[in-house]
Design a protein around this ligand. Sequence first.
Ligand SMILES: [Mn+2]
Length: 459
Amino acid sequence: MLSSPPSAAPPAPPSPDEDFFSTASTSTSSDSKPPSPSPSATATPIPQIPITWPDGGALTVSWVTNLMRAFDWASRAIPPAEFPSVLPVGVFDKLVLAASKILHKEPNCVTIDENSGLGQQSRVVVVGDVHGQLHDVLFLLRDAGYPANDRFFVFNGDYVDRGAWGLEVFLLLLAWKVLMPNRVYLLRGNHESKYCTSVYGFEKEVLTKYGDSGKHVYRKCLGCFEGLPLASIIAGKVYTAHGGLFRGTVVTPSKRSKKKNRKVVHNPAVNSLILGSLEELAKARRSVLDPPWEGPNLIPGDILWSDPSTSPGLSPNTERGIGLLWGPDCTEEFLKKFNLKLIIRSHEGPDARDKRSDLEGMDVGYTIDHLVESGKLITLFSAPDYPQFQATEERFRNKGAYIILEPPHFDTPIFHSFEAVTPRPKVNPYYDFEDVIDSDEELDLVSMVPDSGVQLPTA
Ligand SMILES: [Mn+2]
């Protein structure tokens, strides 16, 4: 129960561009330290809660900014179990339904070009993993500027898990999507799945925040995850996806038939792995709770889980147990074949990079992994001071980054690194972070997939 809810205050209609968390952080293009917080910043307008669904159902910029402000306020002022007093389950339902309808209609690979309104005044902001770090996402949106007619956003997935405010982050991004479906694009990450969210905190977070309605809310979120598209192509020159590249299918004549019947052979022997095409991506079946690591539908799992390597060729990603490793030669082949200049993928934070000897550390929010004749491959990670919960005293203290793509060609990345908002409100983690420390590799799929076969990845 709320003893003194802010709704008791006179409702101040928010304006779209007011500075509602102005003391939060600072961009680190400069070397200055983030300012110390002042939680009682007088400039902070009080949010209107509980959130209600607008009459007629059309969201406005002020509705979305009030939602962000309400989440920010709630993260500091009330226990997680009182979250429904901010966002009642009925309003959650309407938001997720509106977003799901839009998302499920989008193609596997969304295109952002002249036909979608990209012009010579436009900018495209690309964002990597954010992992439930609400305050850093709020900072990023304010730093880059909110989505607008001339400001597109592409989010590369991993909105939830590990951080304590995955639900808030996911919902505020859905709100922007519903408000501006042709300016905001939300791609799927490997954490937008049943198996990741059951291990890395999101499921428990939702159950804690919504109590008796928790199972319902979690199920609706999973349904929405299934609708998220897998990749984007910006201005015909930039490909983005959470993990990266993916395999193609090898078509061989069927042995049983002498006629035209051809059999599609999936997941063939390792030495016959070939790079997938955009045509194959367009046909993949993405509506799966957990992208499979075996069987005929491997493109979603590859796109969400793969990593680049400095060794040439395509090989199974044995470290993760799902997806591929691809070399600079594959980056070159993909860029050249589809006339692209840039691949922006995410998926590897400072913890993952700490364990890789062949690639740079994720200290400033991005790395350039492949530099080839046709262009480059970049890893972009947007969660600073990640992970939120760590078993060791020592932290990575990494910066996060986002990329801005500008006209005329939108193919030259401009990097913006930023520090974490400090201090984060104190909360209990929703997962046993000491047991899954630094790992995306310890997922126990045996226990999560009861009827799975013998060859189990440890993703
Ligand atoms: Mn990931």
